[in-house]
Design a protein around this ligand. Structure first.
Ligand SMILES: [Zn+2]
Length: 739
């Protein structure tokens, strides 16, 4: 195998990319086919490259046809009854599961929102009825309402995965979700805070099935075959075969497939006693992935996996330069430098602290992954042995989590920015410099390394300055949505919460028009919390669009059953998003990155009084350090009477009910003594909000009043001690008299 294989693979990949896009397909195949024909006589090498590209186009075109035949691509919004085979067990608590459509005109896997109290084992073949909800920029979901007949026979893979899942639950209890992610790749049960810890410490690759896992697996299989004294034939055959079976069990994820191809190719090379150029080996494994799963060209995981391995190959000569420290650090440096541009582009987070965290965590992982597998195998034989092994592996899992928590907490250990080219460019520069510096030898090399380290450090510093903007601070944006409320909160570690989604009136959806674009510009992909203060259209109206685009972890609302189409549609959207739904009651708390959201009102007794929806608004207190924000929704004097005693001091008050005279009593203001008050209102609204009386009361107390109709977007940012204020339009001295 000679280096041009790299160019053949690159050409194949480029062709594949074009083939997946129907518009480019015909142009490319004509162009590339023609070029191959012209070149074939004089230049066999370019002709081969052109042929590879043409093959890529064809393979991509075929993949596109296969994708279009899937149910997810064909189904439109509406009611469906289908047979499903569950990939993994559907838990009694319900939630999102993956399933394969059976006995239908279309094929493929779909995301399914499973109802509560209808537990079914993995591999079960079930007839279900429900609604398919197609989404524009993410996979659709089948919201199951009715779980019908279940066939007696089950699918093999699902049954196996079910068995593994149940065993891990018994053996590992609270740590079972991590154990399952490590063994079967099922990450749907992982806690979002745990996942974040691993991202921030540069250890995210340990949580998903990466090439590393497959590497550990193959290495241990090889070790056992040697230990058992197997003949050379078995020693050559067993690791690739076992690895292939394991990857089938995982469902052929691209990173695992790539690593599996590497195991097979290495086995072949060893068998034929050939020395293979490492870069050519990487290229061949990429080819294997693209053949198995052409859509991997769109998969971030696949790109990261290839980049990490390229980094390892690149760092190999470096390891020999730097003595023991070099040997230890070089692979980590290589993988980090090569993957940084991709993770900055895709996630906005790069964790240089991973250089060191990986030194500790990877060896732990190398013991934990086989430990989990050994525990599973042992549990088939002896429960005693299994629980003994589980205890040991549990310690490993605990240690891994400790490393992640520690590394994630180191200041400056990671940078969090908005994903996109802007974040990726400095890391691309670091990568180019590193490659360039390493090319040179001896003293020239030392000079170049010094120069690039300096430049790299400067770029990192510049990057950190950009990132510091928001990190370590709680930022609260009050959006100018017209006559209604919408606030967006960003926690110090970059989690997002939304309190109300703006109004929906006469076909104008402030959620779609204002809130969604606002979040999108900031690179938000999901919300930690979405709050509907109450069911009126000027607060709830925009939320369905927001929830549909950015699925929240938790949805909080008063849970007052309102027979309104808007509210019912909102509930359907919450269900479809897979979010956890909570009816907020006094005393409920939600803490994230040092920010606490507390429900001060209503309690269950209050809800039983059957008052107007406004009076049942959730009243929230958001605390970060010494700074507090109070969001009373549209609740008025009645609520204020009951909550005044407990509300305590607050820095910022979102003025209740858009400044209506039915809220914001003197006693309420006296209890909180706010310094800033935000009035969320539409320009020249027909209710006459805010009331001059309310403005006069705020004025009398020297509270600074800001209005979304006058100042537009209002942004408050705090480090927990001081408050910074920024408005879209300049705050006039006489804002209160703006008409
Ligand atoms: Zn309102």
């Amino acid at each position: 195998v000679r280096p041009p294989i790299i160019w053949l693979v690159v050409a194949f990949g480029a062709g594949l990319w074009a083939g997946l896009d129907a518009f480019l397909l015909w142009w490319w195949s004509a162009l590339v086919g023609g070029a191959a024909l012209v070149l074939s006589r004089q230049a066999p090498w370019p002709a081969a490259v052109a042929c590879a590209a043409a093959a890529g186009v064809l393979w991509g075109g075929a993949a596109r046809a296969r994708t279009q035949a899937t149910c997810a691509a064909q189904w439109t919004d509406g009611t469906r009854g289908v047979w499903l085979e569950l990939d993994d067990p559907a838990p009694a608590a319900g939630g999102v599961v993956l399933a394969t459509v059976r006995w239908n005109t279309c094929r493929g896997r779909v995301r399914v929102r499973w109802p509560e109290a209808r537990a079914r084992p993995g591999g079960a073949r079930v007839l279900v009825g429900g609604r398919w909800r197609a989404a524009r920029d993410r996979p659709g979901v089948l919201v199951v309402r009715h779980v019908g007949a279940t066939l007696p026979d089950r699918g093999l893979k699902g049954t196996l995965r079910h068995g593994v899942s149940t065993r891990l639950q018994q053996l590992f209890g609270a740590r079972a979700s991590v154990a399952e992610a490590l063994v079967t790749g099922r990450g749907t049960d992982l806690d979002s805070r745990l996942r974040e810890r691993y991202v921030r410490s540069g250890l995210a690759h340990l949580l998903s099935i990466s090439g590393l896992h497959v590497g550990f697996f193959a290495w241990w299989v090889g070790w056992f075959t040697r230990r058992l004294g197997a003949g050379p034939k078995w020693r050559a055959l067993l690791p690739p075969i076992c690895t292939a079976v394991y990857i089938w069990f995982l469902g052929w994820p691209a990173p695992a497939t790539r690593a599996g191809a590497l195991v097979v190719l290495e086995a072949i090379a060893r068998h034929r006693e050939r020395r293979v150029v490492p870069s050519a080996l990487v290229a061949l494994t990429v080819l294997a992935v693209l053949l198995v799963d052409p859509n991997a060209v769109h998969s971030v995981g696949a790109w990261l996996s290839v980049a990490a391995v390229s980094g390892l190959v690149w760092a190999r000569p470096l390891a020999e330069l730097g003595g023991a420290a070099g040997r230890l650090l070089a692979p980590s440096v290589g993988a980090t430098v090569f993957t940084a541009p991709i993770s900055a582009f895709a996630f906005g987070t790069v964790a240089p602290v991973g250089l060191f965290a990986n030194l500790v965590a990877v060896p732990i992982g190398a013991c934990v992954v086989p430990g989990l597998l050994a525990t599973l195998v042992a549990s088939l034989v002896s429960d005693g042995l299994a629980s003994w092994l589980a205890a040991g592996t549990g310690v490993g899992l605990w240690a891994m989590d400790q490393v992640a928590a520690l590394a994630a907490a180191i200041p400056g250990g990671h940078t969090a920015t908005v994903p996109g080219w802007g974040s990726a460019v400095p890391w691309i520069a670091v990568l180019v410099l590193a490659v360039w510096a390493a090319e040179a030898r001896r003293w020239a090399a030392a000079r170049r390394i010094a120069a690039s380290v300096a430049l790299g450090a400067w770029l990192l510093a510049a990057n950190a300055v950009v990132a510091r903007d928001e990190s370590g601070r709680l930022t609260v944006h009050f959006l100018a949505v017209g006559q209604g409320d919408a606030a967006v909160l960003r926690t110090p570690n970059g989690h997002w919460m939304v309190i109300d989604g703006g109004p929906l009136e006469m076909g104008s959806d402030a959620g779609r028009r204002v809130v969604v674009p606002f979040l999108r510009r900031r690179g938000v992909t999901e919300l930690s919390l979405a709050v509907a203060s109450h069911g009126d259209a000027d607060h709830l109206g925009g939320l369905p669009a927001v929830i549909e685009t950015f699925p929240p972890d938790v949805v909080l609302e008063p849970g007052q059953p309102l027979p309104r189409p808007l509210y019912l549609e909102f509930l359907a959207d919450v269900e479809a998003s897979g979010a956890e739904w909570r009816a907020g009651r006094k005393g409920d708390r939600f803490t994230l990155d040092g920010v606490t959201v507390e429900v001060l009102h209503p309690d269950s007794a209050w809800m039983a009084r059957g008052l107007d929806a406004n009076e049942n608004s959730l009243v929230l207190r958001v605390t970060y350090g010494d700074v507090r924000f109070v969001f009373p929704g549209d609740a008025g004097i009645l609520m204020e009477h009951t909550v005044t005693a407990t509300v305590g001091r607050a820095t910022v008050l979102k003025v209740g009910h858009h400044g209506s005279a039915t809220a914001t009593s003197d006693a309420w203001l006296a209890a909180m003594a706010p310094s800033v008050a935000i009035v969320s209102v539409g320009r020249n609204n027909r209710y006459g909000h805010p009331s001059p009386d309310v403005i006069a009361r705020l004025d009398a107390r020297g509270v600074r009043v800001l209005r979304t109709d006058a100042q537009g977007l209002i942004t408050l940012s705090t480090d927990g001690f001081t408050l910074d204020l920024d408005t879209e339009h300049r705050a006039h001295a006489d804002v209160r008299h703006h008409d």
